[in-house]
Write a protein that binds this ligand. Structure first.
Ligand code: URA
Ligand code: SF4
Length: 189
């Protein structure tokens, strides 16, 4: 893969795991394919994302967009991707095998987009990126530094926040930390 276009072409044709058979679209991500300070990683496409071929366009995505707007984080500053690019049936959590099969695509996205900060939206993303065994309720809101210097903020998945409004405040606080960190880094959000 030499370019983003090659990546799109190869990822769109991917059959590395069984999720390919139920998909309508491979959902690569949302945002400009150019270096961005901030990368969000969700779990995998839901129904609307599968139909429209775009990440976080359903209810969870609307909540995320609202929050980003409220925090004045410009759409130019971020890209939104998922751990798996094809919708798991009935939105079940992707299996370890499915995640492992798909992770090279996300790794390519990280290499190409060169984010300074990654926000893991929910436990699937946190497990894929930080550690296999983490519990999102325990680690959310704390900065974690990966090898190579990338910093990661784990937080709740916006769909979980929609289901349980008690999570709303923490979700908001975590995202405020992200915004402060970007400002500290000199990013004009
Ligand atoms: N949930 C996710 O994890 N990803 C999406 O793209 C949409 C909903
Ligand atoms: Fe390929 Fe990922 Fe889709 Fe599986 S989920 S078929 S690995 S793009």
């Amino acid at each position: 893969m030499n370019s983003w276009n090659d990546f799109i072409r190869e990822c769109t044709a991917c059959k590395r795991c069984g999720l390919y058979s139920g998909r309508q679209n491979v959902v690569i991500g949302r945002g400009n394919p150019k270096p961005v300070p901030l990368l969000f990683v969700g779990e995998g496409p839901g129904e609307q994302e599968d139909i429209q071929g775009e990440a976080f366009v359903g209810r969870a995505g609307k909540l995320l967009d609202l929050l980003l707007e409220a925090l004045r984080i410009d759409a130019d500053c971020y890209y939104i991707a998922n751990v798996v690019k094809c919708r798991p049936p009935q939105n079940r959590v992707p299996t370890r095998e499915e995640m492992e099969a798909c992770l090279p695509w996300l790794r390519y996205q990280v290499k190409a987009l060169k984010p300074s900060v990654i926000v893991c939206l929910g436990s699937t993303a946190a497990r894929a990126i930080i550690d296999d065994e983490v519990k999102i309720t325990q680690i959310r809101g704390t900065w974690i530094e990966l090898k190579g210097g990338l910093v990661v903020m784990p937080t709740y998945h916006p769909a979980a926040v929609l289901r349980d409004t008690r999570k709303r405040e923490d979700f908001f606080l975590d995202m405020k930390k992200v915004r402060s960190r970007l400002i500290e880094m000199g990013v004009n959000t």
